[in-house]
Design a protein around this ligand. Structure first.
Ligand code: AGP
Length: 614
């Protein structure tokens, strides 16, 4: 994940900016840079130094050619649009403006096309367009602040932005939309960082910007505005010195932090698998896994446990629908006992957050004994799974601390959908036009996750009712059937309520006998081809006294207006990306139910983060 740090004050900033970048190294990156407004006898000027690779390379660059000043920004970049090299490293300049950015600007190509005539672009990044928009607005006569806010209104996507402007050396402009930003309060100076960890030695008095906020930092003043440009006051939190507390930020639990950072983490998974510049999936060569040749694969064997298994279950639909690739799907602990008949042209793909799950390792080793090529989609690149497979595929979701898996799940879905599209392209079932449409839909997911996260206050209320029940059902059809099972697992493992996820059409074959007055039934159904059938299943249980909660979109809610019960309205999504966004409300529902019950959300009873025993 990219990292941002900025300082405005009355003392040299370069060394402290470098210190902030080092504290952000845990997020992963492949280049780094710094920009400062240098002031000397000849006046002020904007200077920058950037380097590919580790921060050490940037330090060497600064030793050879020092820059310093009392206002500066710095960035660790996780290659998004454009290669991981110095040219594409942040900060990006345009005229008088320097920008660092984290996240995805979805509409950057349209904005770039608008400016192409009068502005010269030097990179393939989405970030550069932000600098040009601000500089262009100032050239047309707007003040720096007006140019900044006008630009924010033009941008679509999930991002965090930090800007300094030559000649405006008493202002540091920042904005948060989908990617977190924290402000640190100092004495005669103020700071901004991607999280409290970046600010750890600079300030313990932290203001966490809220969704849509932007702010102007001066040396002795911080003005914060909401998305409607109204001045607001945000709470100042005293963060204890420990890094652990800083890592949780202003969240009560790691699980809640990880739920809320999914726009950012899905962005980072996305940028590994898709080329948003051309709206295409990256080829195996671009992914540096030439073995990922789906045209040579006749069958895919997916194996995983728990939440990862539900992600793999969704992926089975995608690989078969988009790539016409037959998929065997196994709970990893069952695979070797099933004695599957798997030909050598089968690719065995394990899905695992930790890369250490014993059952999944055992299933992989069984496939290796059968002579199959093996791969693993993992979040920990140094794990055992990474070492034993023929090739591994990264999740890039960052460390997942909460035992209940959340951000890993949405990153698994994101990566698996991109891989299913790639398989469809390689096997000749997806045209360039269809690929462009699917990848465009994928790049809209971070923003849609941000919109789904806004359901949290309503979910907190609904969770109070759910917390009074001892049983619950989750129902879904198609790709939302595995989502129903994941929703039930989330509720079970952190609230200890007995919950079952079922294919909605299966209820009448027995489980409907369990329906009685007041039992909660959560239906997961965007308005798609299976919507009507799911609604009629919900009506069947509603007539028998079930308390319905329908998770749908606005069109679905309207169409099912006669169905009794509550609604959670998700943003409109693409058919294939819906499961990624619909994971958000089911995660929040489980979290807030557990909060009402007072269970240990981050370390639920009997559970371990990684099950390394069979
Ligand atoms: C999910 O919330 C659980 N913590 C558990 O089911 C987990 O998904 C499963 O143990 C698989 O772990 P892995 O992804 O690290 O292999």
């Amino acid at each position: 994940m990219c990292g941002i740090i900025g300082i405005i004050g009355d003392k040299p900033v370069t060394q402290r900016l470098l210190g902030g970048l080092k504290r952000l190294e845990y997020r992963g990156y492949d280049s780094a840079g710094i920009a400062v407004i240098e002031t000397d006898a000849t006046g002020a000027k904007l200077s920058r130094r950037r380097a590919e690779g580790k921060i050490h390379n940037l330090e060497e660059r600064l030793k050879q050619s020092p820059v310093d000043g009392i206002l500066g920004i710095a960035h660790t970049r996780w290659a998004t649009h454009g290669q991981a090299n110095e040219t594409n490293a942040h900060p990006h300049f345009a005229g008088r403006v320097a920008v660092v950015h984290n996240g995805i600007i979805e509409n950057f190509m349209a904005l770039r096309a608008e400016l192409q005539e009068k502005r010269e672009f030097v990179t393939q990044t989405d970030t550069e367009v932000v600098a040009h928009l601000i500089d262009d607005a100032m050239k047309s006569g707007l003040s720096a602040q007006e140019a900044f806010t006008k630009t924010l209104k033009r941008l679509e996507g999930a991002f965090a932005i930090c800007v300094i402007i030559d000649g405006i050396d008493e202002h540091l402009f920042v904005a948060r939309r989908g990617s977190p930003l924290a402000i640190g309060i100092g004495e005669g100076e103020n700071f901004v960082g991607s999280d409290a960890i970046a600010l750890n030695t600079l300030s313990n008095d932290i203001i966490y910007l809220e969704e849509g906020d932007w702010a102007v930092l001066k040396t002795d003043n911080i003005q914060i505005f909401n998305a409607d440009d109204k001045p607001v006051t945000r709470e100042t939190v005293r963060v204890s010195g420990s890094m652990a507390a800083a890592e949780k930020g202003n969240y009560r639990h790691f699980m809640l932090k990880e739920i809320n950072e999914q726009a950012e983490t899905v962005s980072h998974t996305l940028t590994h698998y898709v080329d948003a510049f051309h709206m295409r999936v990256k080829s195996p060569e671009q992914l540096q896994v030439p073995e990922l040749d789906f045209s040579a694969v006749q069958r895919l064997s997916l194996m995983a446990c728990g939440t990862a298994f539900y992600a793999a279950s969704v992926a089975k639909y995608w690989f078969e629908q988009l790539a016409k690739l037959p998929v065997d799907l196994d709970i990893a602990s069952e695979l070797r006992y099933r004695q599957p008949v798997l030909a050598k042209d089968t690719l065995a793909l394990a899905v695992s957050q930790s890369g250490e799950t014993a059952d999944t390792l055992a299933a992989l080793r069984h496939c290796q004994k059968l002579g199959l090529k093996t791969a693993a989609l993992i979040n920990v690149s140094t794990s055992t799974m990474a070492r034993i497979v023929d090739f591994s595929l990264p999740l890039n979701a960052g460390p997942e601390i909460g035992v209940a898996s959340t951000k890993a799940f949405t990153s698994q879905l994101t990566a698996l959908l991109a891989l299913a599209i790639s398989a469809g392209v390689q096997r000749g079932h997806i045209s360039p036009k269809a690929e462009h449409e699917l990848v465009t839909a994928l790049t809209q997911v971070p923003r849609q996750i941000t919109q789904a996260l806004a359901l949290e206050p309503q979910i907190e209320e609904l969770a109070l009712e759910l917390s009074k029940s001892r049983n619950a059902f989750y129902l879904g059809r198609g790709v939302h059937y595995p989502l129903a099972m994941e929703g039930a697992l989330k509720l079970k493992e952190i609230s200890y309520i007995q919950a079952e996820g079922y294919a909605a059409g299966e209820l009448k074959h027995g489980p409907i006998a369990l329906i009685e007055e007041g039992i909660p039934v959560i239906g997961i159904a965007p308005l798609d081809a299976l919507f009507d059938k799911t609604i009629s299943n919900l009506e069947e249980v509603a007539t028998r006294g079930a308390k319905i909660l329908l998770i749908t979109d606005a069109q679905g809610a309207k169409k099912a207006e006669n169905l009794k019960g509550e609604r959670l309205i998700c943003p409109p999504t693409h058919l294939h990306t819906a499961p990624i966004i619909y994971a958000i409300p089911i995660q929040l529902l489980a979290y807030h139910t557990a909060i009402h019950l007072g269970t240990d959300v981050d370390q639920p009873r009997n559970l371990a983060k990684s099950v390394t025993v069979e």
